[in-house]
Design a protein around this ligand. Structure first.
Ligand SMILES: Nc1ncnc2c1ncn2[C@@H]1O[C@H](COP(=O)(O)OP(=O)(O)OP(=O)(O)O)[C@@H](O)[C@H]1O
Ligand SMILES: [Mg+2]
Length: 317
């Protein structure tokens, strides 16, 4: 079987996105421009990898009508998947975009509870899927009923098989997973502050945060800063990536797309600088589309001319 990049989404979601001009709490609004897509961080990443022509397979838990919807979407998009079936229904995430006030409001369900039996079935599936993969991307919220240490367990198992892991979550599962020293992390500013304990206000503090992960034995750390870009460090080079100024439609999934761009080019054995550039292109391209993880044809080429990558000097913090 052909090798692939495995993405793990323990708590996928149907992403429901609506545009509501002048949105306010405590008022009724008629639905406008409703759009649905298969979501959850790993799934978003698989969608962008597919767009870039890199083989990917998505796994995690799916159940009920929500799970069926996601499988149908993935079939339509010709994305390979192998999920563990669960008894409860996969959740829906609602994003309300207000194009007038330029705000985003999200309603994120906790998602279905996973039983011990389902978790053990996933352990077996994950272990067998690792046999055919070269990278595993573990991202997003932990599922209800799954211990905080579970992500760490997955990283440790992948490392035993010499598979490069990318890890992107938050809170206690993030702290515990980092102990296993994944290959790459991609915290946004808030997540980086939570882990490092730093208050990050200046470029120098972002550099310090990137160095913090390196000191903990993580080879690549990308601290992403939304529309301002990212600082990415591989222990030798520290790069500042500057995306173009654009009129964003929806920033949800920019981080997932950033990971996809980086790993797709790493898979293709491109230089560190080229990987950072592709990551930044994909993050920006995602911001231009309504559905997370969806990149319109032609956008990569258009955005690529406008991304700038600069080398930064740094200290050993
Ligand atoms: N408005 C924007 N314009 C251009 N590029 C953007 C914009 N927002 C994000 N990006 C690109 O995408 C990257 C990741 O974005 P961000 O820091 O928002 O990730 P995130 O908070 O992890 O997102 P998510 O978790 O929803 O996927 C940024 O480093 C940047 O390169
Ligand atoms: Mg993120």
């Amino acid at each position: 079987m052909r090798k692939y990049i495995l993405t793990v989404t323990l708590n996928p979601a149907i992403d429901k996105t609506v545009k509501v001009p002048n949105f306010k709490t405590g008022k009724d609004f008629r639905e406008q421009n409703l759009s649905l897509s298969a979501g959850g961080k790993g799934i978003n990443t698989s969608q962008v990898l597919k767009h870039l022509g890199v083989p990917t397979l998505a796994t995690g838990f799916l159940g009920g009508g929500g799970g069926e919807y996601i499988k149908n979407q993935l079939n339509k998009e010709k994305i390979k998947y192998d999920f563990c079936a669960i008894g409860n229904n996969t959740r829906t995430s609602l994003t309300i975009l207000d194009p007038r006030l330029n705000t985003i409001t999200r309603l994120l369900e906790r998602g279905p509870k996973i039983t011990k039996k389902e978790l053990n079935a996933f352990r077996r599936k994950f272990s067998s899927l690792l046999n055919n993969c070269r990278y595993v991307i573990i991202s997003g919220r932990n599922a209800v009923g799954v211990t905080d240490s579970f992500y760490g367990e997955l990283i440790a198992e992948a490392k035993k098989k010499n598979i490069l892991t990318v890890f992107d979550t938050s809170g206690k599962p993030y702290e515990l997973g980092l102990i296993q020293r994944p290959f790459m992390v991609k915290p946004n500013l808030k997540e980086a502050e939570q882990i490092t304990g730093l208050k990050i206000l200046t470029i120098s503090e972002v550099k310090q945060a990137a160095f913090y992960f390196y000191k903990r034995g993580i080879q690549i750390s990308a601290i992403t800063l939304g529309s301002l870009g990212a600082i990415v460090f591989n222990g030798q080079e520290m790069l500042l990536a500057i995306p173009p100024k654009l009129k964003r439609k929806n920033p949800v999934g920019c981080g997932d797309s950033f990971i996809a761009g980086f790993i797709a080019w790493h898979w293709r054995k491109r230089s560190f600088r080229e990987c950072v550039k592709m990551a930044t292109i994909c993050g920006a391209a995602n911001a231009l589309s309504l559905n997370p993880g969806f990149i319109k044809p032609g956008t990569i080429q258009k955005v690529s001319r406008q991304v700038k990558i600069k080398t930064l000097k740094y200290n050993s913090y």
